[in-house]
Design a protein. Sequence first.
Length: 163
Amino acid sequence: MSSLGHRISTDSLTGLNNRFRLDSYLSNLAAPGTSTDNIYLFICDLDNFKQINDTYGHYEGDQALREASDLLKRTTSRDDFLARYGGDEFVLISTCETYTAALDLRQKIQQAFQTHNIEANHSYQISLSIGLSSCASDIATVFQQADEFLYAEKHRKKSPLLS
């Protein structure tokens, strides 16, 4: 029975929690009386993932997803909740003492990807755009705020003169 439960709640490619498990976790987080003080939601989206798939094939795209999930696991705490949200998107839910600490975690993750790219023997780079939001609001608002942050970063990366 536990094997079935594991398969139902785990993404088969990355070994992370899947969308089903994420939805359950978010429902518990949104339950009345649950404190969301200092809890932050990070939406992580691989940059130029379609280009990796189109240039190097889906097998290599799957390998990039596995590497990204491994980097996220190594960079985050065991107490953090990490899930593959879908496609090339991941969600991290972490307790951080302050918003500044959440920004520091975001920077730590991006730095881990930069270091990986220097050390890896790939002809492509694996990088993330990361949006974040405090979980102090309802879940829909939290996702909307994190998405806005994420898309602002993607826009900034595509328009470096705006940085």
